[in-house]
Design a protein around this ligand. Structure first.
Ligand code: NAD
Length: 578
């Protein structure tokens, strides 16, 4: 059988390409590496080369045809050899857990559309503002405070603590080396908490202002479904109101999961992340149950403040969402900060202790080991906050409370959408929720939009920061992809050297043949800001060449991104190309 020339995938998000020009015609002799055809996507034009020698036997797709990735473009072989001839299959629709619900009613003019958003976190408030911009009459039902977990008891408060911790750490650790001598540096912990509260307050009142500006109404109360598309809202003033709308967006977020560990609930020294963000006094010691993002971020902050940290984790690894190279650097640094890690050490029970609490675990040898501390931080995951919603009454398909949606954020009920931490199958991140919120609002308002998680970065605020977008090397291997890797150590970047002594690395993963960016992974100073370049590169289906062709300013940590791309092409200037 002849060699099948296929439409290449020139970027993670590419689904199809257009045949723009046949460079060879049927009957032409073809050598390996010869350009056969030019194809274009909405973002780039590329040449497709042959990997086989012979004659161009048959052109299957004509100039102007749209062909899905891996669809047949042509056949190359010996004259007379058998060829397949199927016309290219139409591009497949993106996979969704169920067919999108049909539209509930004929389209109304935008200004007449009423939308209820349940929950005012980063998913809900963004959805509300976007829908209002598009002309809808929007009401947000919120039982607690605007800004949700992120602004009040999650991302922003944690980053406040981490910033105070970083400052203390820098003065103590880096100060003497960089010529900054400060005596008597101490942590005023109540002030750390006060500052955090002030930042949260500023941001949440900012949302109230944005609601006013966009004419978004707010009802203080708790909503639950009483029928599909119908809510009952118990208001703060004690009254109850039934509410319906043209569309409902469920954005109720998630809550900390409390595992059924004997002795845990009863012990007041066992706290969750919310508790850890509002302690009155700095604890001398803390056992952290769970080496996930929440556990490790808070552990880093408290370790820098001087708390003795012991982490216990049931699995044999930490931070599975990060590329292995990043995790190694992060863990080594956390150990240097004095944190102690106990992997494969599931918690069996919590006992009373004069210190605070005693966490009893089973280690990998099967023996019981105990860790005592003033506080125990329980960080074993978060679950969808939907118990009070009565999903059964609303007839919303769900998996243990996580609502099933398609990539338009439609649920199984026409006119009901769900976004953020309460939906199934996506990362529980604030920026994910906000992106989903805009998608839901636009679809309701008649602008077709799809949530695409390929450009969704993961940011972990450990010390040093880590961030990741696209595929990890482990995932490339699992998927059998042909890839190349470029790495650039922060130690070779002037700005990183100044900022943190040059700890960290940038790692770029690109397709072996075309150099399309498949993944970017960064650990080091500014990693969580730098990752936006990676997300943009993946979203725009960029190649290593395009990153290399972009001048990155000096002296900045961003130079490390370009150098990593250069290293993937074996042309790095400031590091070895081996
Ligand atoms: P997680 O699932 O990331 O980690 C929990 C860890 O606890 C796991 O490694 C698990 O193996 C371990 N564990 C569970 N039971 C245990 C037991 N009995 N004994 C010992 N170990 C046990 O959960 P998380 O860290 O709580 O985070 C929850 C969610 O919040 C995640 O989806 C995360 O992405 C999100 N989040 C993200 C950020 C960020 O992006 N910076 C920050 C905070 C939270």
């Amino acid at each position: 059988m002849a060699y099948e020339l296929k439409m290449p995938q020139l970027g993670l998000t590419m689904e199809e390409g257009t045949v723009s020009k046949w460079v060879k015609k049927e009957g032409d002799a073809v050598k390996v590496g010869d350009v056969i055809v030019e194809i274009t996507t909405d973002k780039l034009t590329n040449e497709v080369v042959s990997e086989a020698e012979g004659t161009l036997l048959k052109i299957v797709a004509q100039e102007g045809d749209d062909v899905p990735v891996k669809g047949t473009l042509a056949w190359i072989g010996k004259p007379g050899e058998a060829v397949g001839g199927a016309a290219p299959a139409p591009a497949a629709a993106p996979a969704v857990p169920f067919a999108p619900a049909p539209a509930a009613a004929p389209a109304k003019p935008a200004g007449d559309k009423k939308i209820i958003v349940v929950g005012g976190g980063p998913g809900g408030y963004v959805a509300a503002i976007r829908a209002a911009q598009l002309g809808a009459k929007v009401t947000v039902v919120e039982r607690e405070h605007l800004g949700g977990t992120c602004l009040n008891i999650g991302c922003i408060p944690t980053k406040c603590l981490l910033h105070s911790a970083e400052l203390v750490n820098d003065i103590k650790e880096q100060g003497p080396d960089i010529g900054v001598k400060v005596s008597g540096v101490e942590v005023d912990f109540p002030q750390v908490i006060k500052h955090k509260n002030e930042i949260s307050k500023k941001l949440t009142s900012g949302i109230a202002g944005l609601f006013k500006m966009n004419k978004v109404a707010k009802v203080d109360g708790e909503a639950k479904f009483v029928a599909p598309g119908k809510l009952s809202v118990k208001k703060a003033d004690g009254s109850t109101e039934e509410m319906t709308a043209d569309a409902i967006i469920v954005a109720t977020g998630s809550i900390n999961a409390i595992p059924p560990i004997p002795g845990l609930k009863e012990n007041p020294n066992c706290i969750d992340s919310t508790g850890a963000l509002s302690l009155e006094k700095l604890p001398k010691s803390m056992v952290v149950i769970g080496a996930g993002v929440i556990g490790l971020e808070l552990a880093c902050a408290y370790a820098a403040f001087g708390t003795k940290i012991t982490v216990v984790e049931a699995l044999d690894h930490m931070l599975p969402m990060l590329d292995g190279d990043l995790t190694k650097i992060g863990v080594a640094h956390m150990k240097k900060m004095g944190m102690e890690f106990n992997l494969e050490c599931p918690v069996q029970r919590v006992e009373k202790s004069s210190v605070g609490a005693k966490v009893v675990c089973k280690n990998k040898e099967g023996k019981e080991v105990a860790f005592e501390a003033e506080k125990v931080l329980v960080a074993v995951g978060r679950r969808a906050n939907t118990a009070m919603l009565d999903l059964d009454a609303g007839k919303l398909d769900n998996d243990r409370g996580r609502i099933k949606v398609n990539d338009k954020m439609e649920t199984s009920v026409p006119g009901v959408y769900a976004i953020g931490d309460c939906v199934m199958g996506y990362a529980q991140l604030a920026h994910t929720a906000s992106a989903m919120g805009e998608v839901a609002a636009e679809n309701i308002m008649g602008i077709e939009a799809h949530y695409d998680q390929k450009t969704n970065p993961t940011c972990v605020y450990i010390e040093p920061e880590a961030a990741s977008v696209g595929l990890t090397e482990e995932q490339c291997k699992e998927q059998g992809l042909a890839y190349k890797v470029g790495k650039f150590p922060m130690a070779a970047n002037g700005k990183a050297l100044i900022l943190n002594g040059g700890e960290g690395v940038v790692k770029i993963i690109a397709g072996k043949e075309y150099g399309e960016i498949l993944g970017m992974h960064i650990i080091g100073p500014r990693a969580t800001d730098l990752i936006a370049e990676g997300a943009l590169a993946i979203g725009e289906e960029m190649t290593l060449d395009e990153i290399i062709a972009t001048i990155h300013s000096h002296p900045t940590v961003t130079e490390a991104m370009r150098e990593a791309a250069l290293q993937a092409e074996k042309r790095a200037i400031h590091t070895s190309n081996k």
